[in-house]
Design a protein around this ligand. Structure first.
Ligand SMILES: Nc1nc2c(ncn2[C@@H]2O[C@H](COP(=O)(O)OP(=O)(O)OP(=O)(O)O)[C@@H](O)[C@H]2O)c(=O)[nH]1
Ligand SMILES: [Mg+2]
Length: 292
């Protein structure tokens, strides 16, 4: 008999959810960064073995929303909890459980929770996490998502917990439910999180207007949308310095991911307060298309 499970990553921003999923998949599928609110939308990472299939849902960090985009991010988290057979509730080792009380009360309604205590390479574990797991009857595992330490132990626990199924949810070769375009957009956004100061990457989004794959090259044309006129000049930089940097560093990452030469053209446009614009936000949700 086969086993399969939908597994949702739940936690505050920046605790390392996307880093952990990448570590499990051994692929840089989900973007990560030092800044909060890196993940904006649900993305599935699919990991299949002879008798097991795990369908991981990387989700945005749980926050109280201040705009329509953040409302959608919160909805994604709530739906993720509903859809999941198992929840990985992720916290930072050195933090106090008291600062997670709202999230704990939401997560504890789910019947199957694993408490993952992350960043043990740089933080001492607060004793509150052991106590919480004891009180709730949750499995607890401490690990380092960044270097993959003890990630295999987590997979063993998931294997034990996964329900039996007639057949897998996805073809065994699939890595994600998202399209290649989505990955391109996310990689450019990840680079923007690295090179611009905080407010800029949080207030931009990327659209791919054209992506053509030829025998030895993928040609991509993308637009960076900013929310205010004043941000356009910052994204471009003096004499185009910053947009060139964004293009070059994104291209290097994309060439590694696709194992192919990339030509990347970037333009910058303004869409005033796009993060409150319903039609733009629902348009962003279109990037599905299962691939290997
Ligand atoms: N030292 C250390 N850093 C880590 C570890 N796991 C993640 N990080 C870092 O923590 C930061 C946040 O990681 P992400 O994976 O983007 O966090 P996230 O929970 O997905 O964040 P959101 O998408 O904003 O909700 C990145 O700079 C990671 O490199 C870890 O085990 N140890
Ligand atoms: Mg993330």
């Amino acid at each position: 008999m086969k086993k399969a499970a939908y597994v949702a990553f739940i936690g505050r921003p920046n605790v390392g959810k996307s880093t952990l999923l990448n570590s499990i998949l051994k692929e840089h599928l989900c973007i990560t960064s030092k800044k909060h609110q890196t993940t904006r939308e649900k993305i599935l990472g699919i990991d299949t073995y002879d008798d097991f299939q795990f369908v991981y849902q990387d989700l945005p960090g749980y926050i109280n929303p201040h705009n329509e985009l953040q409302k959608k991010m919160k909805e994604d988290v709530e739906n993720g909890i509903k859809d999941a057979d198992i929840i990985i509730f992720m916290v930072e080792a050195g933090e106090k459980r008291e600062s997670y009380s709202e999230l704990i009360s939401i997560v504890q309604k789910h019947p199957d929770v694993i408490l993952v205590v992350n960043k043990i390479d740089i933080q001492n574990i607060d004793p509150g996490w052991e106590e919480l797991a004891d009180e709730m009857g949750w499995n607890i595992i401490t690990l380092c998502a960044l270097n993959g330490k003890r990630v295999d132990r987590l997979k063993d626990i998931l294997e034990e917990k996964a329900p039996e199924v007639e057949s897998f949810y996805y073809d065994k070769d699939y890595l994600t439910d998202r399209s290649e375009r989505f990955i391109v957009k996310e990689y450019i956004r990840e680079t923007s999180l690295e090179i611009y100061r905080s407010e800029i990457p949080h207030e931009l989004f990327v659209d791919v207007v054209n992506m053509i794959e030829e025998e030895d090259i993928i040609k991509i044309k993308a637009i960076i949308y900013v929310a205010r006129n004043s941000q356009k000049g910052i994204v471009i930089g003096q004499n185009g310095k910053m947009i060139k940097k964004l293009g070059k560093e994104s291209r290097i990452k994309l060439e590694k991911f696709f194992s192919k030469k990339i030509f990347l053209e970037l333009n910058v446009k303004i869409k005033e307060k796009w993060f409150n614009n319903e039609s733009i936000l629902s348009g962003m949700k279109k990037d599905y298309g299962v691939w290997e």
